[in-house]
Design a protein around this ligand. Sequence first.
Ligand code: ATP
Ligand code: MG
Length: 575
Amino acid sequence: MRYSQYFLPTLKETPGDAEVVSHQLMARAGMIRKVAAGVYDYLPFGLRVIRKVENIVREEMNRAGAIELLMPAVNPADLWQQSGRWQEYGKELLRFKDRKETDFCIGPTHEEVVTEIVRGTVNSYRQLPLNLYQIQTKFRDEIRPRFGLMRGREFIMKDAYSFDVDDAGADVSYKKMYDAYRRIFERCGLKFRAVEADSGAIGGSFSHEFMVLAETGEDAIVSCNCCDYAANVEKAELRAPTGEAPAPTMELGKVATPNLKSIEDVAAFLNENPQKMVKTLMLQNERAENVAVLLRGDHKLNEVKLCNFLDCNHLQMADEALVRKLTGAPTGFSGPIGLTCRVLADQELAIMSDFGLGANEENFHLTGANHGRDFQVEAFVDLREAMAGDPCPRCEGKLESWRGIEVGHVFKLGTKYSDKMHATVLDDQGKERTLIMGCYGIGIGRTAAAAIEQNHDENGIIWPMPLAPFQVIVTLLNPNDETVLGAGEALYDQLVAEGLEVLLDDRDERPGSKFKDAELLGIPLRVTVGARGLKEQSFELQDRQTGEKSMLPVDGAAATIATRVRAALFASLGE
Ligand code: ATP
Ligand code: MG
């Protein structure tokens, strides 16, 4: 590809809404352009990377025995009504009507459609196991689209769905996907971890997220410093504390805490450690049930755990009016004493006594409070988020915390969809069995973005070879010099003949600005062709990652470069 004839609109300025480095660099390197919030054009340079990720995913899915098909983006509401998700799915599901007023949605995921295919075509255990996948555009009306391709509304996903006649088979299918995912992200050159994830109301421990480790990740992960336990904080279990609460030693007292609403402020005012305080959160779920949750002052609520306990899908903090109605006081002064709604406590409270609390009265808190004596709780439950320093739930180690970008998710679904949609087969005894399903997603654009988060410097992107849109850039220092142009074009032709993907920078621009662009674009190898080098029959070869420069004899240059590219690609296969 000749740069002068290519469509590569790079930007000098970073777009104002680009908060994370991958978004900034994708925009500046002419990979993507915003069309609407969370909706992007994939420009040619960006599309090349998307295709690279897709191809790696495709090769590994095929190798694992999954079979590619393509389902429609437009889904009839009817199928979603059969699964119950037409009602359950919130506003992320983009719904619309056709000219006949029939309801449709744009698929945010395709369990319904694929289950419909299988129930209509598979009726014997002999046709199983089956794993069908597609690489396709999804739409989710995300509440906060941001970070470019990382959290878009329209985005490309690889989604696979496995069908088995029994649980043991489903576990084998799951393991195959788990292993395929490891290979995929290794081949993409990413530093990642598979972590245990929440599997919601479906239960079982069969859900793993593949997390690319990055400071800017939206997910918090904990992992043990001794064993291989790692989990999303949404899921990370905590061991119940041992022992009992010490017997109360204090009387319940009331103190004025004017305008002090946060636990930190109240604790500082009382000269107490927040660990000796209890905070009371007032929440409501989608069934309009109210619940008060008590947590140690320095702990954070894990909403997923609470949802699972309450068997609900959504929770929100009670608004000011509801807090006043339930507690008789404004937000910031809530406490459990005298409440008539459900009161749950995090399990850590079971060993606390003589603690501080909100008084359900404006500008007042209580001291020396004790459960059992001053108020009752319905249950002590694991409801808080794990944090660094917590004991590991599996061994004697301690948890460390990380941030990660979820690039893939493998999930054992069980019979959630096959039950509702009556997808059954006859087993070897001629007995009807409900299919056991698994679903497996990878965000293609998010994976490309995650690769940039992990591979960049102050000058631009540093593509790992397997994802590089071009493997080599040939920079002509002065394309108006016939010798330079001739030698550059000859090298370009030889590299292309070697099967490499090459960008020939033949633009009539200053060398400095061409070098800047080459750094920004992150192409792994740069060959500089200049009059001075040619006098000595050589090119200059620079490695984008290490910055290392070497002189390359013109004779055999293409073969040397091709060997380097192939070696890097081969190494990424990890075989
Ligand atoms: P998240 O918690 O980040 O919203 P999710 O749990 O909703 O992700 P899944 O439904 O498991 O995601 O989707 C499978 C994969 O699709 C994710 O692992 C992620 O890589 C990708 N993905 C999900 N939502 C988006 C999005 N809004 N933009 C880009 N990629 C996405
Ligand atoms: Mg999501």
